[in-house]
Design a protein around this ligand. Structure first.
Ligand code: MG
Length: 257
């Protein structure tokens, strides 16, 4: 063995010995014991609310919801374990306010849907909002099963900000599911943005938004911004007002994070 080869042999030997020492070291160094995750009893099927969920609609009434003025009773129609947008009565919102959460919500485009583009079963989930008259940050609800529209406004888009990673639409008449993880934006005391909102969403079990960082509130015209600071806010459901048949929602539950 010449000088060069014995040097290489020595390096290999040292690195072997040191990795061996790590493997034989204290395993506790890499163990994490706190915080202990809360034990939650899962539902029998994935759509069932887990034991620690807040039920926002269980099928019987809109007691957890109010009209967009934040006070009067929500006017949408409850029937058959679901409720349906009542056009012209306006967006509805939760009585409670939320910050970070996991949300499960089911929705259905009516089988007799008409219209095209954005005027075909348009509704939406405002994951948070900047105030009573404002709509906020919209995850789009729309029929995009054989319906073409701008992709950053199609089903499961963050409206005009994020194209969904897939089109997982079911046919009109079939119930569909959104499972959403929302991290609210944070603001400094002077109203400037501290950290933007983030969203992960599954549409019928398919990942459609992967930890997307929002650029601000949804805007139909113009670019999104964080010009209005806010804390915890209600979640809102959109009465879009287009002439197509109204859509329905059911089985809505939320886990605060
Ligand atoms: Mg919409």
């Amino acid at each position: 063995m010449n000088h060069k080869n014995s040097f290489i042999f020595l390096i290999v030997l040292i690195s072997f010995m040191s990795s061996n020492a790590q493997q034989q070291g204290d395993p506790k160094v890499t163990e994490v014991w706190t915080p202990v995750p809360k034990i939650v009893t899962p539902g029998v099927i994935p759509s069932d609310a887990p034991s620690d969920a807040i039920i926002l609609f269980g099928g019987e009434n809109l007691d957890e919801w109010v009209s967009k003025d934040g006070k009067s009773a929500a006017q949408w129609t409850v029937a058959d374990n679901a409720f349906t947008v009542k056009k012209g009565t306006g967006t509805i919102q939760t009585k409670r306010s939320f910050t970070d959460y996991q949300l499960h919500i089911e929705w259905k485009i009516p089988s007799n849907i008409t219209g095209s583009g954005q005027a075909r079963g348009n509704s939406g989930i405002f994951l948070a909002s900047t105030g009573p008259g404002d709509e906020g940050y919209e995850l789009q609800v729309l029929d995009c099963y054989n319906n073409t529209t701008y992709v950053n406004g199609q089903t499961a888009s963050i409206y005009k900000q994020a194209i969904p990673l897939a089109n997982a639409c079911k046919k009109p008449g079939e119930w569909q599911i959104y499972d959403i993880i929302w991290t609210a934006p944070r603001f400094n005391d002077d109203g400037t943005l501290k950290s933007p909102a983030r969203v992960t969403a599954f549409h019928n079990g398919v990942l459609v938004q992967n930890n997307f960082e929002l650029k601000g509130v949804t805007k139909y015209i113009g670019t999104p911004d964080y010009s209005k600071a806010h804390g915890a806010t209600p979640i809102k459901l959109q009465d879009h007002g287009d002439p197509s048949e109204p859509i329905s929602y059911r089985n809505i539950w939320l886990r605060e994070l």
